[in-house]
Structures are given as structure tokens and as C-alpha cells.
Design a protein around this ligand. Sequence first.
Ligand SMILES: [Zn+2]
Length: 328
Amino acid sequence: MRLNKMYLDGALKTLSERREQNKRLENTRRSEILKKIPEYEKLEAELALTMNEVISLALDKSALTEEKVNAAFEKNQAIRQKMNDLFEKNGYPADYLEPIFTCPKCRDKGNTGSEWCECLCRLTNEMAAAELNQNAPLAKSRFDNFDLNRYPDETPKKESVSPREIMRDNFEYCKKFSEDFRGEGSGVLMMGSTGLGKTHLSLGIANVLIKKGFCVVYGSVPELIRKIQDQQFGRADGDILSLATSCDLLILDDLGAENSTDWCVSMLYEIINTRQNRRLPLIINTNLDFDELRDKYQDRLSSRMFSMKILFFEGYDNRIEFSENFKQ
Ligand SMILES: [Zn+2]
């Protein structure tokens, strides 16, 4: 995952807050131990003394003998053992007072020597994604308020299942997708007319994954393409393209509503192809049918989409139904 430099200051501030928070937790734990196990403080002082002995021995080479080093080492080990026994007796893990790091790899500093740590890159990308997602109706689109009763229960003539049954399967598939999500795989193509719940279920997935700490980017295709275009032609700062090709899950909503230009089609190909090559999952929502997708995006792009899991959305337009109900 790449570092998104626009958000570096904000991400470093978050790391500094994490360090302070962890320090506070360390202090709280120490106070707790000193209160519950008063003899611990004495052992801690004794341990410090043996450490001083070892240091003095190392500095004064003339007094340094193997016996003295071994004796100091054994004393040190014996005190540590007593400390461990006390912890165990009182139901604490042996590392209860060790320093706490949210990212042990960089000890919450954000770099590992000469390189930015992955935790910092992830933070900058999450901040960029949050800014991009701020217009998405995330809070309103959850699994727990997805209403299957909005879909007709009658099975149409010539069909074997009702729209509600189809949508129940789609709903279960999306819930399982979010439960099993590990940040790799191909993804889902959601097909069906406007207002049948494609955005709702995609954002339902996004809500679960964001809570789990995954970096999810949602964008309606016309808006996303316009922003990438502005950045590529120097009209705006940022690097949405690299975010779209490297985040844990990308949701491309309303594919087909964008202007059909060669530039646009090749940009979409670049995003979808790069993600599929990197095995990064993708959700695409579209009102277009197979023939329209093939016409608009030619074989090389449409075949990539058709290789994904396809969910068909059936029923009435939820938004029309909702606004009709609302008027009554
Ligand atoms: Zn780190």
C-alpha cells in the first residue's frame, strides 16, 4: 500500500495520539499492579540493583570474572521468576507491564528505519478514503435496515422463484462476503435496474469492513472519473487513482452513467485490470445489461467484469416505492 502524502501530517498526528494513549494504558496497568501486588515494587527495585551491578562489572574490566557475571545473572533471573510467579498467582499475563504498541513493527513511530511503515500508509489511505466516502449514504445503508419485504413475494409466470427469494440470496451472499472478507479475491458485479438496492447492499458490506479496519473506497463512477481526470490534468491535488487501485475494497457504483469517452473506458480498464492483477476485490454496480455492457466497454473490459460473481437484482424501484409511501 502506498503512502498518500496529502494526509501525512494527519496520520503522524494519529500515531502520536496512539503513543500517548498506549503510554496512559501502561501507567494505568502499573498503578493497578502496585495496588494489587504491593511486593512487586520491592522486586522491581531489586531488579534495578542487579542491572546496575551488571553495568558496573562491564565497566570495571579488572573486577570482571565469570563467577561474578554468572552470580549477577542468576540473581536477575531469580527476581524475574518471582515477578512472573506473582503475576500468575494474581491472574495476570507475564507481559502485562511490557510497553504497548498498536503496531509492534514500527513501535508506532510510522517508519522502520529508512522506510515508511505499512501502518502509516494504511492510515493515510484511510483518511483519503474517508474524505472520498463522505458523500456516500453509509450510515443509512446497513444490513440491519435492508427490508426484504419491499420485494414482491409472487413468482412471475415463466419464472421459478420470486424477486424476494432472489434478493434474499443476494442479501445473504453480501453478508457472507463481508464476514469472510480477507482483502483478496475477485469481487461482485451487481446488475439490475435503478432503485433495487445495489448501493444499499454494497454500502452494507462497506460498513462492516470499515468497522473491521479495512480501507474501503466508494465512488459513483461519473464522480470518481471526474476527480481522477481533474487530478491527472493538474486541476486538483491528490492521487485517487492509486487509492482506487490499492485500497482493500473498491466499490464502483452506477457504472454506465459516466460519459462514454475513450479516456474514460481506458481509465476504468486500468483500475479494474490493476485490481484484478493484484487480486484486490471490487464491487461494480450497474443498470446496464450484458449487451449494453459489451457495447459500451468492448470485450476486453466486459469479459473482466463477467468473470466476477454476478448478482441479479429483481423487484420494484425501492426509491419510487419509498417516495410514494412517504406522500401518503
Ligand atoms: Zn507501523
